[in-house]
Design a protein around this ligand. Structure first.
Ligand code: S5P
Length: 471
């Protein structure tokens, strides 16, 4: 490998990909050496050799699902690696498109795919870190970056601090050594470059895992980031009451719901109902429920699972006998109809001054659910472009945006299922799978001593959350 690297160093010099003189970098720093790998697209054989030797640096190449080139210089290199090794490629846009799907990442992938980053030159490492952030946001597993040139100005350290392993074909010191050996540069040039590197470290940047990854952050810090006021309120409330329990009061008599709400109220963050299963619904029920929510400081969620076109949804939310928009702090909606559904919900809130939030049903808990693959990705993208969305109803850590909340149903003390497709996981398992709020229904409503179970779930969920953020 070293022989090949020496030869390639000379070729790069010969095609002017490495230049010496007095240059000003894009961040305004003066530098005696400038690396411009854009030129290699004009030399296909060189491009091919560089790409193939770069790929040799990859750990466990057969386990890699995706390669992602950092625009623009590394894109042809990543393309070549992708084609030759038959591994799909992703492109991270510098900015999301203003039209269409608003995707930041182009290419097909699924959450959990192992992705390697390809980059030409690393100075501070910020381009790689920004790319990693967006890829992780989409649920990709990024652990390694392959780089042609490490300028040795602090980038490697910055990248590794964020948990990404960085491997490079050349460090600036090695490159200078090879070029000197081939008599392409004078010792004076080498000394000048090395002296410059010693003095000129790029500003320290990190991915700042703790302030970007919701799973490691506490609710209070996240509440300060949340743009949606209802999301901020919910995060604060969970922090203050030390509970992440969302009680699914799936009962059919109004008084039974009210009685349960009064009993569980002090220990829950959200009371979730299905208003359309209540046999004796009345305006008084809503009034009483609102009073209890104020008394015990919990939020009310109507699990309506809206799923129609915007116009219909708008009426379903604000009209009919339930007038949901007038009293439900939170509602759920399927993203199936596309962004119009959120526009419809927003439309219905025109005359409502209270804060409101929507959870998108991004992944369901039931056996054989169709909420998989691209559907999930599109739902994640929809949430990012609408401030009404406070989070996702989902089963796994498919997003890391700390402003959004993961609501996970299908929770019982013992892993089990019911006869109608519901699948359960334990409180600890769902929190470790990313749940911020956990929905418990029959685990509580069918218990003999309901209050005891409420407290039991609350405590187990809270300690799992505390453990998660402590890691
Ligand atoms: O995927 C889902 C989404 C939801 S909102 N799976 C679910 O079970 N739910 C709701 O969570 C469901 O409608 C019910 O109200 C609650 C789970 O109740 P349990 O009795 O099975 O705990």
């Amino acid at each position: 490998m070293e022989k090949e690297l020496k030869e390639l160093a000379v070729l790069l010099f010969d095609v002017d990909a490495v230049k010496f003189g007095d240059f000003v970098t894009k961040v305004g720093l003066r530098t005696p050496v400038y690396i411009d790998l854009r030129v290699i697209i004009s030399y296909p054989k060189l491009l091919n050799r560089i790409s193939s030797i770069l790929w040799k640096l990859a750990d466990d190449a057969e386990k890699i699902d995706q390669v992602c080139g950092v625009p623009y210089t590394a894109l042809p290199i990543a393309s070549l690696i992708s084609v030759v090794s038959n591994i799909p490629m992703l492109i991270r846009r510098k900015e999301a498109k203003a039209y269409g799907t608003k995707k930041l990442i182009e290419g097909k992938f699924k959450a959990g795919d192992k992705c390697v980053i390809i980059e030409d030159v690393v100075t501070s490492g910020s381009s790689i870190l920004e790319t990693v952030k967006d890829l992780k946001q989409e649920g990709l597993d990024v652990t390694e970056a392959l780089v042609i040139m490490d300028r040795e100005q602090g980038g490697k350290k910055n990248i590794e601090k964020s948990g990404i392993k960085m491997k490079s074909l050349y460090t600036m010191t090695k490159l200078m050594e090879y070029l000197r050996e081939a008599d392409k540069v004078s010792q004076e040039t080498v000394d000048g470059v090395l002296e410059y590197l010693g003095k000129c470290l790029a500003p320290v940047k990190t991915l700042d895992k703790d302030s970007n990854d919701r799973l490691k952050m506490d609710f209070l810090s996240r509440s300060k980031l949340a743009k949606n006021k209802m999301a901020a309120k919910l995060l604060q409330l969970m922090d203050m009451k030390e509970t992440t329990l969302c009680l699914a009061a799936d009962l059919t008599k109004a008084d039974d719901i009210l009685e349960l709400a009064d009993l569980a109220g002090p220990h829950i963050a959200v009371l979730k109902i299905h208003v359309d299963i209540i046999e004796d619904f009345s305006k008084d029920f809503i009034k009483n429920l609102k009073n209890l929510s104020e008394k015990h400081k919990f939020l009310i969620m109507e699990d309506r699972k809206f799923g129609d076109i915007g116009n219909t949804v708008s009426s379903q939310y604000s009209k009919g006998i339930y007038r949901i928009s007038e009293w439900a702090d939170l509602v759920t909606a399927h993203p199936v109809a596309g962004p119009g559904i959120l526009d419809g919900l927003k439309e219905a809130l025109k005359n409502i001054s209270d804060d409101r939030g929507v959870f998108l049903i991004t992944e369901m808990s039931s056996k054989g659910t169709l909420t998989t693959g691209n559907y999930v990705q599109q739902s994640l993208a929809m949430a990012e472009s609408c401030e009404l969305v406070v989070g996702h109803v989902c089963q796994s850590k498919i997003f890391s945006n700390p402003e959004l909340i993961q609501l996970t149903p299908g929770v019982k003390l013992a892993k089990a299922s019911d006869d109608l497709g519901q699948q359960y996981n334990t409180p600890e398992a769902v929190v470790n799978s990313g749940a911020d709020l956990a929905v418990v229904g029959r685990g509580i409503t069918e218990a003999g001593d309901k209050l005891r179970q409420v407290i039991n779930y609350k405590n187990q969920l809270w300690s799992a959350y505390k453990n998660r953020i402590a890691q």
